[in-house]
Write a protein of this length. Sequence first.
Length: 312
Amino acid sequence: MAEWEEKELMAMENDMNTILSKAEVLIEALPYIQKFNRKYIVVKYGGSAMSNEELQKNVIKDVTLLKLVGFKPIIVHGGGKEISRWVGKVGKEAEFINGLRVTDAETMEIAEMVLNKVNKSLVSMVQELGVKAVGISGKDGGLLKVEKKYADGQDIGFVGDITQVNPKVLFDLIEKDFLPIVAPIGMDEHFMTYNINADDAACAVAKAVGAEKLAFLTDIEGLYKDIHDKSSFISRISASQADKLIEEGFIGGGMLPKLNNCTSAIKNGVNRVHILDGRIPHCLLLEIFTKKGIGTAIVKDEDIDNMDQEAF
């Protein structure tokens, strides 16, 4: 056989292997698509994945794909880094107490402006991919009602604690085949505007719609028993096991309120919560559609022993 024929044959074999590997990926995804078809999945999107344009596009592609294969996704987004940047532009310094942004009237105005800008940018990305999207805030349709939140008794301004969720606006949009994208802003009983922690908003929305899954896209790989020991990574954990880690003091910093939100969601009807590294391209698809996944999954106590046998 001539040398050029051998090279051509090898190229054809490589092409065939590539095609077969793609087919295997699709086959592996099939049971997950079947299981979660027509189920609600809430994606909390923020952090570094939001500040990098390429990662931003990947996340939007992932969520759009979820919708196109039959899921009912809802995006709840943050924008903290962008808010801090704009606060700095007007000569103010961002201030935080216990991880919560101190939000005076001027900062609230900036936050609402920035979050609406981010919201419509995400809407444009989704629609560019051929899926209809509608951007709303918690003020629209009375979606998120709040009361003033305090940080260990300290007044931190216009920061809201969610007291009630009215998901009708979300159900109506999804029924009309729109993908809802929610900015974490709400109103109190006097119709005053408040900034809301995006994790809190995503958790509240997931509970209200009875989501099958709630996915937090973060800036770390997932949950560690000891953040300084990479070998202590936890890929799967029950809500009770997570509560025990919290009680024993293993979880601190920004992960503490996030994990509390995760266990609260599980205890209030959400079937599974995922903590994912949003810096990894297509992390959402890898966690949902593959057997091993890549992040941390928090599940109901009764499900922890069955995770090797079922779709995540």
